[in-house]
Design a binder for this molecule. Structure first.
Ligand SMILES: Nc1nc2c(ncn2[C@@H]2O[C@H](COP(=O)(O)OP(=O)(O)OP(=O)(O)O)[C@@H](O)[C@H]2O)c(=O)[nH]1
Ligand SMILES: [Mg+2]
Length: 605
């Protein structure tokens, strides 16, 4: 650890203005993390599980970096803002709460839209959040380098690279850009290409760019700086010396410090030896700051390894806080500095904020564990969508208690623990083994976790249906062939053709006389070309032995016969298994039900 880094944007004493928070929002895979990677010179996107962002991130980008990147478009002397704090958010649809929180934190936002993919559900969701919170934003029309025929000019401002393109490429890009402008207008925003926008308070600027080649990024930074400096200076001039308020991004063990919390400080300041209140798994934790560890400028706090020890941090900033008793701190929970307010009031504030972010649970359902409150909420969203009930949802590793709770579920498919990005404590593994019937699913990609669980449920259902199908009688219509009577009785042996359904040995045989089924006997053997078989399918011709009737009395050549279906079996087949049985069998079933229902409309219902 070194001393205070003079470049760090939020600690320089001369800073009168608060660092604006810039939230990056948009649909999954449209390039939010890649855009930030380009700006800060990192490769966070490549290291992400499943290549999607699943947590909020934070990066302080100093004015120097901004002006270097923006070249002639940003002159640092024109600005008295210390830099920008970028908040990365997940675009995957389950993370609505994190987007909403990221959006609510933001002073200003970038909505990233893939120029080729255009507006998508989470693009619209992001715009709704910004509308609701009244946050000014710019639209980054990303991935212009994927325009067919594009000729990249790395790092160039948009004007220069645009002029270097063929007419064809320009036309294709224009078309996509106008579509985006049209979509924005559909959402109630008057928008235009940023260089045509005169009043950014009234109109939304669209900046064509490529996060990959850096083209257009100078323009984006210039617009962002201009927007924050011109329109938000008053808001940025708030007293950044007040008691700090922030959100815990992550709880991490740090050598020499024990448990620490990574925090986005969005308001006020925090100093060494301040008393703080942090939301924890078992309620608010009151403790004292032992060390403030600041990531280097341009570092994503989620992946940063090196930190500088500082005495004070002012909003907005990403900061690691070391303090005693943080083991139970909860990612996603609020953190507050206690300064000119009684500690009990601050505790009450943290408590009420925690209460707002509880997941609804039911009497019967699965157990969910996740690494942060945000991902827990995302899991709850995704499970609600998949119509999976939740019995218990908590932040933290899988513990023996979770196994005990899961084993109380009535349904097998609910005797399940879904762990997102968490570990399994070793005594919980013992408990799992001991209990035997609780299934654990673990993954670090949210949609994969849900998919694995859904596959398990599907498979169980299929297995259950198979056993049921094995046990119940199956519908079958068949006909005694002319000149195929091999024996008159005890048992009668006749040649038959299966017309629809599956003829199974041991089935009872009925014959319909008007609307009344009469049982004529029971199948006691099926032979196909001289070999004993257990069943015959529609279209087969086989000889069958029927115990009970005598040919010429109860049955005749040419008679149509049916296997008898108990009412309960008919009901299960119709209501639960009709998708599972072959079409001809369904036809036999329908025929059989129709006959019964002419007599009794509620038969088998
Ligand atoms: N060609 C091209 N590819 C890009 C560009 N920006 C992003 N990509 C690619 O698009 C994919 C998704 O990029 P990310 O940055 O992970 O997208 P994201 O918006 O952060 O995704 P989530 O965080 O999961 O919502 C990656 O494979 C990137 O390499 C671009 O400007 N041009
Ligand atoms: Mg991302």
């Amino acid at each position: 650890m070194s001393d205070t880094d003079a470049d760090a944007p939020s600690t320089t004493e001369s800073n009168a203005l608060r660092t604006p928070i810039v939230a990056v929002l948009g649909h999954v895979d449209h390039g939010k993390t890649t855009l930030l990677d380009k700006i800060r010179g990192s490769a966070v996107s490549e290291g992400e599980a499943g290549a999607i962002t699943q947590h909020i991130g934070a990066t302080a980008v100093p004015l120097d970096t901004v002006s270097q990147m923006a070249g002639s478009l940003v002159n640092p002397d024109d600005f008295d803002l210390p830099g920008l704090l970028f908040i990365d958010t997940p675009g995957h649809h389950s993370f609505s709460t994190l987007r909403s929180r990221g959006g609510a934190l933001a002073d200003i936002a970038i909505v990233v839209v893939d120029v080729n993919d255009g507006f998508q559900p989470q693009t619209i969701e992001a715009l709704d959040i910004l509308k609701r919170t009244g946050t000014p934003f710019v639209v980054a029309a990303n991935k212009i380098d994927t325009t067919p025929g594009w000729n990249p000019n790395d790092g160039s401002p948009i004007q220069g690279t645009y002029e270097n393109q063929s007419d064809n490429a320009r036309q294709r890009l224009d078309q996509n850009l106008y579509e985006i402008i049209g979509n924005l207008s559909d959402e109630g925003f008057s928008a235009d290409l940023y260089w045509r926008v005169q009043n950014f308070q009234k109109n939304v600027g669209v900046v064509p760019l490529s996060a990959m080649t850096g083209e257009g990024i100078p323009d984006l930074l210039a617009v962002l700086m201009g927007l924050s400096q011109r329109y938000m200076k008053d808001e940025m001039a708030v007293d950044v010396g007040g008691p700090g308020a922030g959100t815990v991004l992550e709880v991490k063990e740090e050598r020499g410090f024990g448990a620490t919390v990574d925090v986005v400080l969005y308001d006020g300041s925090v100093r060494e030896s301040d008393t703080i209140v942090v939301g924890g798994v078992n309620g608010p934790i009151v403790t004292e700051v032992r060390a403030l560890l600041q990531p280097r400028p341009n570092a994503e706090i989620r992946t940063e390894k090196r930190f500088d020890k500082v005495e004070e941090v002012r909003a907005a900033a990403g900061i690691k806080i070391a303090a005693p008793d943080l083991d139970d701190a909860m990612a996603g929970a609020p953190i507050r500095v206690v300064r000119d307010q009684p500690v009990d009031d601050v505790i009450a504030e943290v408590e009420s904020e925690l209460a707002e972010i509880e997941v609804d649970t039911e009497e019967e359902g699965v157990v969910v564990k996740a690494d942060t409150l945000g991902s827990l909420e995302a899991m709850a969203n995704a499970l609600r969508e998949a119509e999976v009930p939740i019995l218990r949802a908590e932040v933290g590793d899988v513990a023996p208690r979770d196994v005990a709770v899961a084993s109380t579920a009535r349904e097998m498919e609910n005797k399940v623990i879904l762990g997102f990005n968490v570990d399994v404590l070793s005594n919980a593994e013992d408990e799992l083994e001991k209990t035997g019937d609780v299934r654990l699913f673990k993954d670090d990609v949210i949609y994969q976790l849900i998919e694995e669980y859904e596959e398990f449920v599907e498979e169980r259902k299929r297995a259950q249906q198979e056993t049921v199908l094995d046990k119940i009688m199956r519908p079958c219509r068949f006909r005694i062939l002319e000149d195929h009577v091999f024996r008159q009785s005890s048992p009668a042996v006749v040649g038959v053709e299966v017309l629809s359904g599956t003829l199974k040995n041991n089935a009872n045989v009925v014959k319909w006389e008007g609307n009344e089924p009469t049982r004529v006997g029971q199948l006691s053997g099926i032979q196909e070309q001289g070999e004993d078989v257990s069943e015959a399918r529609a279209g087969n011709r086989v000889s069958v032995a029927i115990d009970g009737p005598t040919v010429g009395r109860q049955i005749e050549e040419g008679d149509e016969l049916w296997t008898e279906l108990p009412e309960k079996h008919a009901k299960i087949l119709e209501q639960e298994l009709s998708d599972e049985i072959p079409a001809d069998e369904l036809e036999a079933l329908t025929g059989y039900l129709d006959k019964h229902r002419q007599r009794d409309p509620f038969w088998g219902k």
